[in-house]
Write a protein that binds this ligand. Structure first.
Ligand code: FPP
Length: 243
């Protein structure tokens, strides 16, 4: 049996991003309400964060709630907001003690005051931690992010010739964060769903049929193993090993 340790991996991606999909189907297949899937999806998140630290990943970005998720039934949205609050109440100290820095990708405008305050306080509390940067994409959409960046550039009056990729990236939520090396999507869906559409231009993708609540350390290791077998070329040609 292959041991799930970082020693078995030659390359560790600096930045891993995850679309945590399949909570609803996980629950329904067990005859449970969808909400139970979201709760279960929170439990294994702790395991994945701990494993990320152990494997030496420096940035982890998780897709918690998209700008399109507001179209879900009201009770599911409220249930998710309650889960996010409980998660912050229950896990923040532990994350802080383990050197996790919380950052937010997205817009807090539509978020209720209590949760908004908790998010802002969590970011402030953990801002100097360096073991793992945990970006929570919450009320996040890639197109929305790009539009906001364009608006910011226009408001700042930047001359068109100064708007290059480097400058543009500074207006995104992910300013100061490297692009994801690896994006994982659970639950057997093969699409990016408006997630990191600028930053993911050259990311490697790992798709798995596993529903998010069942995705743990072992499968994260499998994803990293798959990543180790990829050759990243960024549009160039394969390197000649004799040169
Ligand atoms: C996708 O599953 C999951 C979500 C929209 C919510 C993700 C939230 C969690 C995993 C809870 C924990 C997160 C934090 C940050 C505390 P789905 O509902 O689309 O599943 P389905 O495709 O099977 O319906």
């Amino acid at each position: 049996m292959i041991e799930e340790s970082p020693e078995n991996l030659a390359k560790i991606p600096t930045h891993v991003a995850i679309i945590m999909d399949g909570n609803g189907r996980w629950a329904l297949e067990k005859g449970l309400p969808r909400f139970a899937g979201h709760k279960a999806g929170t439990e294994n998140l702790r395991e994945v964060i701990e494993a990320s630290v152990e494997f030496g990943i420096q940035y982890l970005t998780i897709y918690a709630f998209s700008t399109e998720n507001w179209k879900r039934p009201q009770d599911e949205i409220q249930g998710l907001m309650r889960i996010f609050k409980t998660m912050l109440d229950r896990e923040l100290n532990n994350l802080h003690e383990n050197g996790v820095q919380l950052r937010h990708f997205g817009c807090l405008d539509r978020i209720d005051e209590v949760l908004k305050r908790k998010v802002i306080e969590a970011i402030e509390l953990t801002k100097d931690n360096q073991t793992l940067i945990l970006n929570v994409a919450f009320n996040y959409g890639g197109r929305d992010e790009i539009l906001r960046a364009v608006q910011g550039i226009v408001k700042d009056g930047l001359p068109a010739e100064e708007v290059d990729e480097k400058t543009f990236s500074k207006y995104l939520y992910s300013a100061n964060c490297p692009d994801p090396d690896l994006i994982i999507r659970t639950s057997g869906e093969y699409r990016c769903s408006n997630f990191l559409i600028w930053q993911g231009a050259y990311s490697e993708w790992y798709f798995t049929p596993t529903y998010w609540p069942d995705f743990g350390k072992e499968e994260l290791h499998q994803a990293l193993t798959a990543y180790n077998q990829r050759e990243r070329r960024y549009g160039e040609v394969k390197k000649d090993p004799d040169k």
